[in-house]
Design a protein. Structure first.
Length: 148
């Protein structure tokens, strides 16, 4: 590669260096369906050029009254709601719910295989969480190759 062409380039000097462009403030909606926002969050951001001046978060868009719906159901019928509460850690959410129900029922005797299966599913969910985090981070920083 011929590097001498880069040495001949000179930046253009402005005639009047005291003139600046006035950049007006822009309000921008970010989310809740933006591909870069993981989860449900809406931000109203105020930008001055490329500088973020203000961010107004609107959280709670995921709330659908699931707790109220679960009040009228038996414990077993409420279990699928926990898959929808957290789309990343669904099995761990179900495990916590099942442990709470078992504590209410007074169940304390578990077989070793029962505990091992639950722990195995919790660890698989944790691995999936990490893979999703790495994949989403790669997409956020500009990777367009298939990650999974």
């Amino acid at each position: 590669m011929n590097r001498s062409i880069f040495h001949s380039w000179q930046p253009q000097i402005l005639q009047n260096s005291n003139t600046y462009k006035h950049v007006k403030t822009v309000n921008l909606n970010f989310g809740p369906q933006h591909p870069a926002s993981h989860g449900v969050l809406r931000l109203i951001v105020q930008l001055n050029g490329e500088i973020l001046e203000k961010a107004d978060p609107h959280i709670g868009l995921l709330h659908r009254g699931s707790e109220k719906l679960m009040e009228d159901k038996i414990y077993l019928h409420s279990l699928p709601y926990f898959d929808r509460f957290d789309y990343v850690s669904m099995l761990i959410q179900e495990h916590a719910y099942c442990l709470a129900i078992e504590a209410l029922m007074g169940t304390t005797n578990y077989t070793a295989s029962f505990t091992q299966i639950r722990t195995l599913f919790d660890e698989l969910t944790r691995i999936l969480n990490h893979l999703l985090a790495v994949g989403c981070h790669a997409l956020d920083v500009g990777s367009m190759a298939s990650v999974f």
